[in-house]
Design a protein around this ligand. Structure first.
Ligand code: ATP
Ligand code: MG
Length: 257
């Protein structure tokens, strides 16, 4: 599927400049327990890769390895062709945003302040500029009207949007999502998935760990199936869902679809 970031469907919303992400031979371990083995795949700029697989297959660990919250044991991650291992971890995490299942917003801060905090404190922007950028990021996720609300006065879906805005405010080149909708009430899931698909359409490079097979089918350019720490199969959504080759993937799909 090819995408036009300036698609008229997205109106005036500006395009993102997603960078490429290349993984090769990435392995991660907890002590001597290897949970991700020799993982390799390439995410082209402005495309979405969905990572699917059973619980415990190493998906979260892999995402944490990409932005070095968990240091890979071996292998290489290239961001826009540059080795992630050579970057200061704080800088790497500004360039690769991560959105988790649990959004951890500061309860006493407004949505705007929650989003402005990192550009101000981490990126060192003057406070006024950080707040302007935060306001843009909130508008990006459809929450311009809620900027002054505290998290308790927002729905779970809106809180997750604030968390996404918080990541966007750092102007990342790649966004990683780990089960970003699995803590949400069912009626709120769709809105957040639509927002994520919209970011992809606007040119963000994304790696999305998800149990939402409908989203993977619709929004992914590439689907990576992991089992027991390894990439078992990768391909287009049509290939993965329409013509699964390995028995492990067939078994997984039979269980989840
Ligand atoms: N802090 C930790 N210490 C030791 N082992 C861990 C730790 N975190 C995860 N593991 C193990 O690593 C393996 C991979 O876990 P991971 O959380 O990456 O899986 P996952 O694919 O994200 O699963 P899920 O779909 O349930 O989120 C599992 O066997 C898990 O038990
Ligand atoms: Mg996980």
């Amino acid at each position: 599927m090819t995408r036009t970031p300036s698609s008229s469907a997205t109106g005036e919303a500006p395009a993102f400049r997603g960078a490429s992400l290349e993984l090769s031979g990435v392995s991660l371990a907890y002590g001597s327990f290897e949970v991700v083995r020799e993982v390799g795949f390439t995410v082209e700029p402005g495309t979405t890769t969905c990572v699917i697989g059973p619980s415990g297959s190493g998906k979260s660990t892999l995402l944490r390895g990409i932005n070095r919250l968990h240091e890979p044991k071996s292998g290489e991650v290239l961001l826009a062709g540059e080795p992630a291992s050579a970057m200061a971890p704080e800088r790497l995490r500004q360039r690769i945003g991560l959105v988790f299942q649990h959004f951890n917003l500061f309860p006493d801060h407004t949505a705007l302040d929650n989003v402005a905090l990192a550009p101000w404190k981490v990126k060192g922007l003057p406070r006024g500029q950080a707040r302007e950028r935060a306001a843009r990021a909130l508008a990006d996720v459809g929450l311009a009207e809620r900027a002054g609300h505290r998290p308790r006065d927002l729905s779970g879906g809106q809180q997750q949007r604030v968390a996404i805005a918080r990541a966007l405010a750092m102007e990342p080149e790649v966004m990683l999502f780990d089960e970003a909708t699995s803590a949400l009430d069912p009626e709120l899931v769709k809105g957040v998935l639509t927002l994520m698909a919209g970011l992809g359409e606007r040119g963000m490079t994304m790696v999305v760990v998800t149990h939402e097979m409908g989203f993977a089918r619709r929004a992914a350019d590439q689907v990576v199936f992991m089992d027991e720490g390894e990439v078992v199969e990768k391909g287009t959504p049509d290939e993965i869902f329409g013509n699964p080759r390995s028995p492990r993937l067939r078994r997984f799909l039979a269980e989840v679809l």
